[in-house]
Design a protein around this ligand. Structure first.
Ligand SMILES: Nc1nc2c(ncn2[C@@H]2O[C@H](COP(=O)(O)OP(=O)(O)OP(=O)(O)O)[C@@H](O)[C@H]2O)c(=O)[nH]1
Ligand SMILES: [Mg+2]
Length: 393
């Protein structure tokens, strides 16, 4: 159950609990007084009257989602999950592996024309020019040395190389939770990539693992953004810390961490407003949010999760670059892989950045956020006869 994250092990040279208390004296372990709760603006279950109208309007949608979440058809066994992964990756599989299969069909040898066509397929699937050229160079070398002549062996070689691009990161592959205190995850990304949805799904995973979760609505740009997070809070039955729309996001996170301190939440997930990676002032705001979190909670944020929309293709490379420069991204979530034929972007991102991909999004349902398992991902892409039906939908 806990395989997708792990608890940090104590090391002698690491900061002790006593030292930590000294550095962050404001983190009291006393009960939180009611007036602090009021001051921090935490909205408990009792919502103000005007919000209740909206909540009522949301009820139908929530019930629908609840049914999806609790659906007895939810696939819980490994085989079912894998076949759904194959099916949801059908567009990429079709544009990538099926085209390779067609290219190799009936071919007994590897000639330059075949390699040119292969190059085009890899680039079209968004594997990236550098990755493609590097792969092709390896292949050409082996062909020239007469070590490779069978197209089927070439396909296997591609599969192995792609897997190797998806593994081998210097950073920990799993999220590492601190030994004590809450694990704080800050979620960032451009507009509409799926940050809030991913937060809802990740919260669900933590709750399923038996951990208590606080969601923090630091996207104060739009009132609807706060509402959207509250709905996810209700679906997962977890608390949502929010203040009024337009509030300074840094002050929201400050108050949220203050509120969370004595409550002993295991996990705090901070939603931030979508922002263009090229807007300097918005990226400065993100840096400030990070700084404020770090002042309130030692070593936090422990995870800065950048959400990227796989359908945006190459643009996600520059998003990853600029968000990483601004705040130091520690993990990636690639969403909407079900909606693109260019899922090769996963390989491209992995090759370009030394940042592990934590999650992939393959749909809008709760179980459609998957831990990213490189081998499983490649197996699903290269699987025989997978998911052709969904292409016809
Ligand atoms: N098909 C599909 N849709 C997804 C996936 N992840 C998110 N979405 C959809 O993408 C849309 C945008 O998601 P949000 O979570 O609101 O995105 P956001 O990044 O929080 O947006 P802003 O807060 O406006 O920046 C919603 O309709 C989601 O249901 C996915 O993996 N697959
Ligand atoms: Mg959002």
């Amino acid at each position: 159950m806990l395989s997708w994250f792990k608890k940090k092990q104590a090391k002698p040279d690491e900061i002790t609990v006593e030292e930590k208390d000294e550095l962050a004296p404001e983190e009291s372990t006393q009960e939180i007084p009611e007036d602090v709760v009021e001051e921090t603006g935490f909205v408990p279950d009792e919502a103000p009257a005007e919000e209740k109208v909206e909540q009522l309007a949301d009820t139908i949608e929530q019930e629908t989602v609840q049914q999806q979440v609790e659906s007895p058809e939810e696939e819980t066994n490994g085989t079912g999950l894998f076949s759904r992964l194959k099916e949801r990756l059908a567009k990429t599989r079709h544009s990538f592996v099926s085209r390779i299969d067609n290219l190799f069909l009936g071919k007994k040898t590897i000639d330059p024309e075949l390699l040119d066509d292969l190059e085009e397929i890899l680039i079209t699937a968004d594997l990236g020019v550098t990755t493609t050229l590097e792969l092709l160079e390896k292949v050409r070398e082996q062909v020239n040395r007469n070590e490779l002549s069978d197209p089927q062996v070439l396909k296997q070689m591609l599969k192995e190389n792609i897997t190797s691009y998806l593994t081998g990161h210097a950073r920990p592959e799993k999220m590492v939770m601190p030994e004590t205190g809450p694990f704080l995850v800050m979620v960032v990304g451009v507009n509409g990539v799926g940050k809030t949805t991913t937060i809802g799904k990740v919260a669900h995973k933590f709750v399923k693992s038996g951990l208590s979760v606080l969601l923090v609505a630091a996207d104060t740009f739009r009132a609807a953004a706060v509402e959207q997070l509250k709905i996810w809070g209700q679906r997962n039955n977890v608390d949502v810390f929010s203040q009024q729309a337009g509030a300074d996001p840094s002050s929201v996170v400050f108050d949220a961490v203050e509120y969370a301190g004595p409550q002993n939440f295991d996990v705090i997930i901070v939603d931030t407003a979508g922002r263009l990676h090229t807007k300097v002032n918005l990226m400065e705001e993100l840096k400030k949010i990070k700084r404020v979190i770090g002042k309130k909670l030692e070593n936090a944020p422990h995870e800065i999760l950048l959400v990227l929309d796989a359908t945006t293709g190459q643009n996600s490379i520059s998003q990853a670059k600029l968000f990483n420069e601004a705040v130091g991204v520690t993990g990636l979530a690639l969403t909407k892989l079900d909606g693109t034929a260019k899922g090769g972007i996963v390989v491209n991102i992995s090759r370009e950045f030394n940042i592990p991909i934590r999650f992939i999004g393959i749909g809008e349902q709760m179980e459609d956020l998957r831990d990213f398992e490189p081998q499983q991902f490649v197996d699903a892409l290269f699987a025989e006869n997978a998911g052709t039906q969904s292409l016809e939908q």
